[in-house]
Write a protein that binds this ligand. Sequence first.
Ligand code: ATR
Length: 282
Amino acid sequence: MQINGQTSVVGIIGDPVKHSCSPQMHNAAFNHLNLNMVYIPFHVRPESLGETINGMKALGLVGLNVTVPHKIEVMKYLDEISPAASVIGAVNTIHVKDNRLIGDNTDGFGFVRALIEDEGITIAGKSVVILGSGGSTRAIGYALLKNGVNRLVFCNRTASKAEELAKELLEKMAKTQDVFVAGMGLINSMTEITQADILINTTSVGMKPADPLLIDPSWIRKGQVVCDIIYSPPQTLLLQEAEKRGARVVNGLGMLVHQGALSFEIWTGRSAPVEIMRKAIG
Ligand code: ATR
């Protein structure tokens, strides 16, 4: 890549940021399409967030990805929030357009696009159980509802958080849709999980080798799709157990690639070279 006086700059802000693979992924895409753009990691601490965002216009940045711990806090510095980011309550992509800072969220749609495009899995009309009730859960729940799921149940250690999330999503977007949305405790989730078409872990449980299983694996049945948004390790204990029982398993790598691809498309207006981006981090 040859950086020159006309190079456009995008990047990622986070604290920490050094583990991010987004720079490899986006720079590979820019190179492949011969775009004069560069993607840079910026380690931004919480106390510098406001100055950073206010500096985006001054520096002429095209956009930024936003990661932990800034996804919620960043919203107050933006001029406009997309409907998706507004319902999800978090921003992972900022685009500077007509001198306005626009916040969007590509996490949930990235997950859904990975299932549909990479795996050929149908979402519309399906019954889905999501383990967890954090930020990723909200993003994925939103995107699943937008893609026409028939039944969506959040199962969480803290049942009240799952119930609250279900109520909020139903109020904000699913009122007019013919869809069942509910939240419950993990402990009571056996029937829902057994009957679901798709089960998704959105918690961080499974990242560490000593992590337990959140559910009894005997609840998983042959033919189900079992997803984990974790991509390191590539096969969590949940996915190992699911595979043993004849389920189709999907890890979080596709979500990572497609949330990046969607950000790329917001910034450039071009179709992302998804396979190039996947290869860059594979
Ligand atoms: P995110 O990164 O998606 O924003 P988060 O807000 O940190 O995630 O939420 C983490 C989710 O993982 C929560 O649903 C949390 O359950 P609680 O609401 O009960 O805290 C879940 N989680 C984290 N560690 C867990 C564990 N050891 N057992 C069960 N659930 C766990």
